[in-house]
Every structure is written in C-alpha cells, then in structure tokens.
Design a protein around this ligand. Structure first.
Ligand code: HAM
Length: 415
C-alpha cells in the first residue's frame, strides 16, 4: 500500500476518541453525577441509541431545528427509518409510558446516554456528547421543578464549583404565552417572538429591542414588576433549600416544543464559556404521544463537553492518575518469571500492577511508566531477586524507598 492509500487516524468529524486520560475524566464525571442523583433518590436507567425516526417527527416531540437539520437518520436493512437519538427525553417518556402501571409515581430517573446531533462542531458543541438526564415523572408540584434544579446545583458543588461560578436562569412558557395574548400576537408572530427571545444573547441589545418593537412588544414587557408566579415560587423553594443563585430571565425559552411550564438553563459566569451547561424544564404532555393519559414530567440535561470546559477554566478538573499504582520493570528477560510471580502476589493483595516484559532497556521501561502516568516503578532484576531488596521509585517526585520483599504489600497498600 502506498502512503496515500493508508487510512486516516482521525476520528469521524465532531466526535471524540477517549484515550485513558479522557476516559478517566469521563468516569470521574459519571461518578459525580451518579452519586448526586442517587443522593436525591433517582434510579438509573438506560436505552439503545437507536430509535424509530417517527419518535422525533411526532408533533410537539422535538425542536424543529433538531428534527429537520440535526438528526442522524438512516434506513435499516428492513426498510425501517432509524434515528440515532439526539436527546433522551422522548426515549424516557416512551419507556415510562410503556410501563406506567408498574412504575410508582412520583418516579425519579437518571441516565448518562450519548446523544448525536449533526451540528457544526465548535467549542462546546460536538456531534456526539454524553448527557446526564435527570427527570421526575408524575408530579405537578412546583417542588418537583425545584428539586431537579437543586440536583443540578448539588452536582455543581460536588464538582467543586462555588455559587458565584454559575447562574441558574429560569424562564416561563406561561409568561411568554400571556405576553403573546396581551399583545394579541398571531400564532406565527408568537413563534417569531419566542425565536427572538431564544437568540437574544447572540445579538446586541439595540438590535434585540428593535426587533422586539417590530413585533409590537415594548421592551418593558420583559421586565414585569412581579415575577411570574411559577418562577417566583420555585426561586423561593430553592432559597429554602440553600440555592441562592437562581434568577428570572424572560429570554430563557428553550428550543424544544414539548416544554409547557418553567424552563431553565445554567450558565457559567466566566465570559469565555458562554454556552449553557444545563438545560431543562417542565413538559406535561410528552407521554400523550404514546397514549391518552397525561403524565407530567420535569427534568434537565447536562452535557459532558461544556462542563469539562467549565472545570478546565477554573482549575477544577482533577489531574489524571493511572489506575495502575505500580509498574514492575524487568531488568533482563531471565527475570520475567519472577516479575510475573511478584505481580500476581501483589494483585492478590488488591494492588494494581502492570508488568514490563523486559523487551527494552530499563531507561525505556521507566519512560513507558512515566508516559502512562503510573505513580510507582520497581525494578526486578538478578540483584533484587538474589538480595530480596527492592526500591520503589515515585516517578513524580523521584523519591526512592527501599523495601524488603515482605514490606512491599504494606507500602503500596498505604500509598
Ligand atoms: P438541551 O438544552 O438540548 O436539552 O441539552 C442539554 C445540555 O446538553 C446543554 O445544556 C449542553 O450542556 C449539552 N449539549 C447540547 N447539545 C450539545 C452539543 N451539540 N455538544 C455538546 N453538548 C451539547 C435537552 O436535550 C433536553 N432533552 C434536556 C431535558 C431533559 N429536558 C427535560 N429533561
């Protein structure tokens, strides 16, 4: 094969490869999500990434932008139209509708699925991301809205954030509908109004105000003297549970058609990371796609890409450490059986050990361990085997500890 016939090592556009360091961060993030969700009593579920395409075409199920321009849809060998899920909410609504007799309500569910959207890849936006979904079904109480927001807040704190690092912005579909009624907007104008609000942050204030007045709405209409009652109630419930960085923002409308009540987004307060970290809201009619019984839901999605940017910007991303604690270098091929036996003994004592097969010089073996961020290295060679004395070298600090054969297990169990 000539060089130009070789395949590219690049991943497909807009998706990521997860090398061990990336996977370790992902695992850390998932662990934080899981422990916070479980602390609030949410149970984990999962589903296939494949869904029948009609799930996203059903009226009201999705944002038009996502269905028309952003889904990965293909026809399978049996002629069925299939979509790689662009979000989890229709899937979880389908699952809950399918077993509504068996599941007790209020039902608290969470999952960390990968979702696919054919977007223009850019900072904070990829074609595949993992998204924590936290949802509660079967409650109309505003306490349920407040609870899912409190879960999001608790997760931010769990990841090391302070309240001043992020803002929770709440909007209200009911408030927008009332304005549309008050200013007698025709349905298509009301839609333009929502779209304008959605794009507000992306345009200069003057341009926004001009467009708003073109639709016949005065700017003051967006700064009511009193908060919309649902938003006010949720903010006060949140305050009672110690969440004090939530505020009303009428331009939070969210792109999905299925939201019916309060909607919210959480933003990084750092200007370099201006995309939403979390997005969610109340959707009272989604399960009606599957049967006639309404079942209210409220929840949010949080993506792994934007949260990683957030943590990196603030020095909150944990440093990578390999899962292996010790790299056993093999000084010469004859020493390998001894290295292998020692590794087995250490593993019996729950120490994670990787073995070098002794194919390269010791210097190269040390470089391998360092490249793989394995914290300790110990050489096994004729001298060590004969004397029973070993040296554990910390590859970060260079510190060396002499150990007899009998001391090795307790040293690594305590380090
Ligand atoms: P969403 O606002 O489309 O909501 O996505 C939620 C979060 O996922 C965003 O705030 C962002 O962190 C992340 N995200 C979205 N698109 C991308 C992308 N292309 N690349 C990287 N990250 C992205 C939903 O999907 C709703 N289904 C959430 C929900 C659950 N509502 C109620 N329950």
């Amino acid at each position: 094969m000539s060089k130009k016939d070789k395949l590219s090592t690049e991943a497909y556009k807009g998706v990521r490869d997860f090398y061990p360091e990336d996977q370790a961060f992902f695992n850390y993030l998932c662990h934080a999500c899981q422990s916070v969700a479980e602390r609030f009593g949410y149970a984990e579920y999962h589903a296939s990434i494949l869904e029948p395409a009609e799930l996203y075409k059903a009226k009201g199920a999705e944002s038009e932008e996502i269905v028309n321009e952003q889904t990965y849809t293909f026809v399978d060998r049996g002629g069925r139209e299939v979509t790689l899920r662009p979000e989890m909410t229709p899937t979880v609504a389908r699952m809950v509708a399918a077993k509504r007799r068996e599941l007790g309500f209020p039902l608290r569910l969470f999952s960390i699925p990968n979702v696919f959207r054919y977007e223009r890849p850019q900072r904070g936006r990829l074609r595949e991301h993992w998204q924590l979904n936290v949802d509660i079904f079967g409650s109309r109480s505003l306490s349920a809205d407040a609870e899912v927001i409190a879960v999001a807040h608790a997760l931010m704190l769990q990841l090391g954030a302070k309240e001043s690092d992020f803002t929770i912005k709440l909007g209200s579909r009911a408030f927008i509908d009332e304005l549309a009624k008050k200013y007698s907007l025709a349905p298509d104008v009301a839609k333009l109004f929502t779209q304008l609000l959605d794009r507000r942050a992306k345009m200069p204030a003057e341009e926004f105000e001009e467009k708003l007045s073109e639709l016949g709405i005065p700017n003051e209409a967006l700064s009511p003297a009193d908060l919309p009652s649902d938003v006010g109630e949720i903010i006060s419930l949140l305050k009672e549970s110690g969440v004090t960085n939530a505020e009303f923002d009428p331009s939070i409308v969210r792109g999905f058609n299925y939201y019916t009540g309060v909607v919210f987004e959480i933003f990084d307060t750092h200007p370099e990371n201006n995309r939403a970290l979390f997005g969610g809201g109340r959707y009272d009619n989604l399960t009606e796609l599957f049967d006639d019984e309404p079942l209210p839901g409220v929840g949010f999605g949080m993506g792994d890409v934007t949260i990683q940017n957030f943590l990196e910007l603030r020095g909150l991303k944990p440093a990578y450490v390999s899962a292996a604690t010790l790299y056993l270098a093999t000084a010469s091929p004859e020493a390998l059986p001894h290295t292998t036996a020692m590794a087995e003994e250490l593993r019996k004592n729950n120490i994670n050990v990787a073995v070098d097969f002794g194919e390269k010089k010791l210097g190269e073996q040390i470089k391998t361990a360092a490249k793989q961020h394995i914290p300790y290295l110990m050489v096994v060679g004729a001298d060590e085997i004969a004397s029973g004395n070993f040296v554990a070298r910390n590859l970060d600090t260079g510190e060396e500890t002499k150990l007899t054969q009998n001391e090795i297990v307790s040293f690594f169990n305590n380090n």
